[in-house]
Each structure stands twice: as C-alpha cells, then as structure tokens.
Design a protein around this ligand. Structure first.
Ligand code: LMR
Length: 397
C-alpha cells in the first residue's frame, strides 16, 4: 500500500556497525566502531560512583511525577559548575541557563531547532571531518550545514592555518560548532593558543560558538578539558554548549545530557531560554529523570565526586596506555608505517589513516569493525584483542 513503495534506508554509519557485529558469528570478532569504553576484560561495567549514587538516590526517590521542561534545577547547577567552574562571572551574573536533555544528541537537536526557528537565515558550520551524526541532526532541524577545514590527513595534525582563515570569514550570526575536547573522529584538539585565536575570531566575526562537550575528562582532566570552552567565556559573550554524560559517567543507556545557553546578560539569557523550552516541549516535552539524578547525586557528594574523578582518571589512563600499546604492537608485528601519531591524539577515538578498502577487508576477513572513515575506538582495544587486531591490520595494509 503505502510503505512498500519506500526505499530502504542505509544502515547508520556507527550504530549500524554494532547491529552487524552482533550478527557476526566469528568468535574472534572485535567492535571498534561505536564509542563505548571497555575495561581490559572487555566489559563496560557500571562505575562504582554511579552504583553508589543509584543506591543513595533510589532510597530518596518519592515520586515519578513529571520533571519541569528543563529538568531538575539542581542538575543544571552542577552542570554549570563543570562547564564554567564555580563562581565564574557567567554563573554569578546568571547569564547561563541549562536544560537536561536526552543525551548530548538531544541537546544538539534542541539547539538546531532553536537556531532554525529564531534565526532562520543562519547556517551552522561543522569541522571537516566531524561526528557522522552532526550533519544529519542539523539538516533534520532544517539548517543549512557548512564546513570548515580542521584535520590535515596527510600530516596527521590540525589544519590550523586553513581552519582559522575559514573561521575569519564566517558571516555574522552564523553558528560554528566546535568539539570542546577529544575531537571526534580525529582525536586532535587545538592547543591553548589556538583556542585563544578561535575565540578571538568568534568575537571579531560575531558568530555564535557552539561547544559540543561529550568527553569532558577524557583528554587531560575534568577541569583542564574545559579550557577551550572557557576561552569563549568573556564578558558579554553568547554561546551554546551541549554536554553528554554517556562516556564520563558511563551512563550510555540513560541518555543524560544538557543544553546550556549563555546570553550577553541575564535578560538575553531569559529570552533565549524561554524559546529553548518551547523547542523542548514540542520535541520530547520534558526529560527522563533517572540519569540526571545519578549525575547530580555524584556531583553533590564530596566522597562520590572524588571517587568519580578517580574513575574518570582510570579510564583516561587506560585509553592512553592502549594508544601506546597499539602503536608499539603494530611496529612489533612488522608494520613499517609509523603509527606513533596515535599517541598524540586524545579521547576515545583515533583516526588511524586506514582507508575504506582496508576497513572493509578488516570486517570481511577478520570480523574487526571500524567506522568507514578509519576511526578506531581506542577505548575498545584491550590486552585480549590487541595482538589479533594488530596482526590483522598488518595484513590489510
Ligand atoms: C560515537 O561517536 O561512537 C558515539 O558518540 C556514539 C554514537 O551515538 O555515535
């Protein structure tokens, strides 16, 4: 009748790999597609801080009544402390408002809807490359998507000269999305001086910076990783932040994220946030409570907070250890090509430089699943799979 005439949609570039991986019967199969953290015994356990917070919170929970459109106010307070640091001018002057969203993706879509409704002529600029889902989210919101240079694939570093020159030509009022740290997929972030120049370009060109902050704590530390964002946080600035706690709290399936809008002053923020709330109400109405309650409980409790910080440091340390082991093992397996650049990248992902054919061969011959762009989830490499992975890569190179 109606549906038989439809075309089949292609599988998702990242989550589609997990579907294929689950069906694969090869006992040696390895999934390095989706960004999920694995311990060395190949599991994704619930963090101890999260487990304890859950016990504490569940005993206190008295109702399942709706949350407000923007979620629980105490969650917003904690998110802002993570972003700006307690007592920051933006917080003190009430220039920021935060809503709890279903994951970082929910926050991205809310901003997309807001920009489309309030500033219909504005385009959004994304780094090239960027997370596979970014362009789709903003196109779905009706925005025009443009891109600025970011990664120099030949030299395996930031293409900063071209990036900054493109940013210095962005029209006033457009929105420019940055990965606040642990750039997905390249693993290469601007240094402090480069962030300063980027923030200056935002001020000079009067574009609206939008920081996608999905990996806070996975590069250098929870507070350190906000350094890029804080370069933009000057008096009178206006910006958006999308936060995700999927990775740093391991709360993947709870879908816990946040959208934060900063206005030039309190009144501007109030106006913007009232419109953000309309975007939320007409999308998913109000957020699910559980994940944010866990995050809030951890962040409000000194003991749980320091345990969480330790657990984030452990995850970060294991990933960085795997980067080095990966580069060393490839060399030990006789790979002539130098992969040491992988140790300069930060966060969950590494842009391996493997091409589409090599990625395809790894999947077909060895049941190793990697995103088509050559992005590897380093957080999924373990002591168990490293040997098999590096031998297989050596064979397809
Ligand atoms: C990823 O990039 O693998 C993660 O952000 C998960 C996702 O939704 O794609």
């Amino acid at each position: 009748m109606f549906f038989s005439s439809l075309e089949m949609a292609p599988p998702d570039a990242i989550l589609g790999l997990t579907e294929a991986f689950k069906k694969d019967t090869n006992p040696k199969k390895v999934n390095l597609g989706v960004g999920i953290y694995k311990t060395d015994d190949n599991t994704t356990p619930i963090l101890t801080s999260v487990r304890r917070a859950r016990e504490k919170f569940i005993n206190k929970e008295t109702t399942k009544a709706y949350l407000p459109i923007d979620g629980a106010p105490e969650y917003a307070v904690e998110v802002q402390k993570l972003l700006f640091s307690p007592g920051h001018e933006i917080v003190a002057n009430q220039r920021a408002a935060t809503a709890h969203t279903p994951g970082g993706t929910g926050a991205l879509r809310v901003v997309g809807d807001f920009v489309h409704r309030m500033f219909p002529r504005a385009s959004i600029w994304l780094s090239s490359p960027t997370w596979e889902n970014h362009p789709n989210i903003f196109k779905a919101a009706g925005l025009t998507v443009k891109s600025y240079p970011y990664y120099d694939a030949a030299n395996k570093c930031l293409d900063f000269a071209n990036m900054i020159s493109a940013l210095n030509q962005v029209p006033q009022g457009d929105v420019v999305l940055f990965h606040a740290c642990c750039h997905n997929p390249s693993g290469m972030d601007p240094n402090e001086e480069q962030w300063r120049q980027i923030a200056r370009a935002a001020q000079a060109r009067k574009f609206i910076p939008f920081l996608d902050f999905a990996y806070q704590g996975f590069a250098d530390g929870i507070d350190q990783d906000a350094a890029g964002l804080r370069q933009f946080c000057q008096p009178g600035c206006e910006l958006f932040v999308s936060s995700s706690f999927s990775k740093n709290f391991g709360l993947y399936n709870e879908r816990v994220g946040a959208v934060t809008v900063v206005g030039a002053d309190r009144q501007a923020r109030e106006k913007a946030f009232s419109q953000i709330k309309i975007c939320i109400r007409t999308n998913y109405s109000n957020p699910p409570a559980h994940g944010a309650a866990i995050v809030t409980t951890v962040l409000q409790d000194n003991e749980l907070r320091s345990l969480w910080e330790q657990e984030v440091a452990e995850m970060r340390g294991r990933i960085n250890g795997m980067r080095k082991l990966f580069a060393d093992t490839l060399k030990a397996k006789g790979v002539a090509q130098d992969f040491s650049f992988i140790t300069n990248q930060r966060g969950m992902f590494s842009f391996s430089g493997l091409n589409k054919d090599q990625v395809q061969k790894l999947k077909e011959k060895y049941a190793i699943y990697i995103v088509g762009s050559g992005r590897i989830n380093v957080a999924g490499i373990t002591a168990q799979n490293i040997g098999y992975l590096c031998e297989s890569i050596a064979d397809v190179l």
